[in-house]
Design a protein around this ligand. Structure first.
Ligand SMILES: CC(C)(COP(=O)(O)OP(=O)(O)OC[C@H]1O[C@@H](n2cnc3c(N)ncnc32)[C@H](O)[C@@H]1OP(=O)(O)O)[C@@H](O)C(=O)NCCC(=O)NCCS
Length: 184
């Protein structure tokens, strides 16, 4: 049975990096979404991993950003070990982290991904130009979803920027990634 749990950095960090390499390949650091992550830091308490017999086979990482003046959670990457793809693990790990974001009181989730896939999890396409990422981005793939807020709350609009405490947090994140990568 797959258990969905919060990320525990010292337990999961290395396995998550390996999973990203296996699913996205080495090019994934060039993407716009990856640049967002460079100036943010992940939230292990909202991130969810799928554990099979204690082994990480899936992850949905979560990062704080701002869209305009509104704090938003940025979701992704979502990755599932190839052997387990197509069995709703991707959906389950994403929904578990959406629930965690909602439970923690966050109002909005943003994600760059396939509308057909993430639409099933409540994400919606937004008007072109309403959210501007730093870097080229196919606008049809920018998706938003409400978390702990009323259904009719308007989606935030504006430029995507880093969380206000990013400089301090980035140092922590870098040290964490370095540890994860050096781990083997
Ligand atoms: C994308 C990914 C996370 C989906 O996880 P999964 O466990 O395989 O998917 P699920 O079992 O939850 O859902 C499978 C369904 O989603 C569909 N689907 C999967 N990826 C899709 C995509 N990019 N676009 C549209 N539909 C997609 C499948 O066709 C399948 O449809 P069906 O239910 O009608 O048969 C996984 O395949 C993966 O790790 N891929 C590589 C990394 C990646 O591209 N991540 C997404 C961007 S962050």
């Amino acid at each position: 049975m797959i258990v969905y749990d919060r990320e525990i950095p010292d337990r999961d960090g290395r396995a998550i990096e390996r999973l990203f390499d296996a699913t996205f390949g080495p090019g994934h650091f060039a993407k716009t979404a990856e640049r967002v992550r460079e100036y943010s830091y992940s939230l292990p308490e909202v991130t969810r991993v799928g554990l099979l017999n204690g082994r990480v086979i899936a992850v949905c990482r979560v990062w704080p950003i701002f869209i305009g003046d509104t704090p938003v959670l940025f979701y992704g990457p979502v990755a599932v070990e190839p052997k387990y793809q197509g069995g709703k693990v991707g959906r389950s790990v994403t929904e578990a982290s959406l629930q965690a974001g909602s439970d923690a009181g966050h109002k909005f989730a943003c994600l760059i991904g396939a509308p057909a896939y993430f639409g099933r999890m409540g994400f919606e396409q937004i008007p072109a130009g309403s959210v501007v990422f730093p870097g080229p981005q196919d606008e049809s793939r920018i998706l938003l979803r409400r978390l702990a807020t009323a259904e009719d709350t308007p989606f935030p609009e504006g430029a995507v920027t880093s969380p206000r405490d990013a400089m301090r947090a980035i140092a922590t994140q870098k040290a964490y990634l370095q540890r994860a990568r050096q781990g083997g």
